[in-house]
Design a protein around this ligand. Structure first.
Ligand code: PLP
Length: 388
């Protein structure tokens, strides 16, 4: 069976060039990057080359990059590392659980957290962020791109508000890195998280940008790795891979890969909407990353669609991978004001660099026939019900 993978916001395949770049660091170049002998110097040089590349992707200095184990650790490091008990934090109700649950933990430790809402398109209003500021506000943490809808938040405007209020600003950039250009200086943030496996590097590696001069409490205590900001022997193959993926992402922007991906995504989205009634795009009308389209199909359960499409060889998702299988509808779609049944009738299509026009052709054949069949089985469905 031919398989089409359209769940790249859950994870992306490692690109062949990335695998090639990291391979020697499992074999001949195995040294500990902290060792002073030849083996250590070799891997230290590779880690520093990767740091340069990740810094170029984000528009910062190499010393401002801290390598971590992924997006979750980067988010936790920023949120715990930039706050102390008694502080007030502002975040949004559509954040990934890596941020939401880190904030819940802060509340348990005596911080107060304000969760700003979003509008029907999934956008945070910077005015709400400004109005939520208090004398004790220490940190604003807002994502750049939402993992479920792909909606891009007004990061620069929020950065300006944070700057004027002299409050730290952390951005979860996990779903934005490699998809849209990021310039941390222009945004004016103190910290920004990225994750390797969302940008064609392997799972288990990530980075946190931390602006020079920002006081950051570490999460782990141990050696003085990463300038004492993240103790633990570096994951050299993973870091090399993240550097290569960052380099490929920059070349991709120069070649216009993002425009190619958004053209494929738009063809998929328009083709689906042209063939299926009572369907629509969640986050329509808001700026979005080029690869994501979250679509509701009334009268069909998201989980049934995911399973039926999987049986035909097509991988999509009902939203955040970690909450797949949960009975609760997506907190992101509910925050956008969707009815619970519509939120549960939504699926996410997310493309990656490996997807081709043939994948989209096949998806355009599989999705309508699957939805029609599931609707016929749905007790509440009639043509009139759908068009009413
Ligand atoms: N933040 C966002 C927006 C994400 O989509 C994810 C993963 O889905 C994470 C953070 C967590 O990243 P990781 O899987 O690397 O821990």
């Amino acid at each position: 069976m031919r398989r089409i993978y359209l769940d790249n916001n859950a994870t992306t395949p490692v690109l062949p060039e990335v695998l090639e770049a990291m391979r020697p660091y499992f074999g001949e170049h195995f040294g500990n990057a902290s060792s002073i002998h030849h083996h250590g110097q070799e891997t230290r040089a590779a880690v520093e080359r990767a740091r340069d590349l990740v810094a170029s992707l984000l528009g910062c200095r190499p010393a401002e990059i801290v390598f971590t184990s992924g997006g979750t650790e980067s988010d936790n490091l920023a949120i715990a590392g930039l706050t102390s008990a008694g502080d007030h934090v502002i975040t949004s109700c559509i954040e990934h659980h890596a941020v939401l649950n880190a904030c819940k933990h802060l509340e348990d430790k005596g911080c107060e957290v304000t969760y700003v809402p979003v509008d029907g398109r999934g956008l945070v209003d910077p005015g709400d962020v400004r109005r939520a500021l208090r004398p004790k506000t220490r940190l604003i943490s807002i994502m750049m791109a939402n993992n479920e809808t792909g909606v891009l938040q007004p990061a620069e405007e929020i950065g300006k508000i944070a700057g004027e209020a002299d409050v730290h600003f952390h951005i979860d950039g996990v779903q934005a890195a490699g998809k849209v250009a990021i310039d941390v200086k222009r945004i004016g943030c103190q910290a920004l998280s990225i994750s390797g496996h969302k940008m064609h590097a392997p799972q288990g590696v990530g980075a946190l940008y931390v602006r020079a001069g920002t006081q950051l409490q570490p999460l782990f205590y141990g050696g003085r790795h990463e300038r004492s900001r993240r103790a633990g022997t570096e994951n050299v193959p993973g870091i090399v891979a993240l550097g290569k993926a960052a380099e490929l992402a920059m070349h991709g922007f120069e070649r216009g890969d993002d425009k190619k991906i958004s053209a494929l995504r738009d063809r998929l989205q328009q083709g689906i909407l042209a063939q299926i009634e009572a369907a629509g795009v969640n986050g329509d009308g808001a700026p979005r990353v080029p690869n994501t389209s979250n679509i509701y199909f009334d009268h069909v359960e998201g989980e049934s669609m995911v399973i039926s499409l999987d049986l035909k060889g097509m991988a999509v998702s009902t939203g955040a991978a970690c909450s797949s299988g949960a009975i609760e509808p997506s907190h992101v779609l509910i925050a956008m004001g969707l009815r619970r049944d519509r939120a549960r009738a939504s699926i996410r299509f997310s493309l990656g660099k490996q997807n081709t026009a043939d994948d989209i052709d096949l998806a355009l054949a599989l999705v309508p026939e699957t939805i029609m069949r599931l609707r016929e089985l749905s007790p509440g469905y009639t043509k009139t019900a759908v068009s009413s």
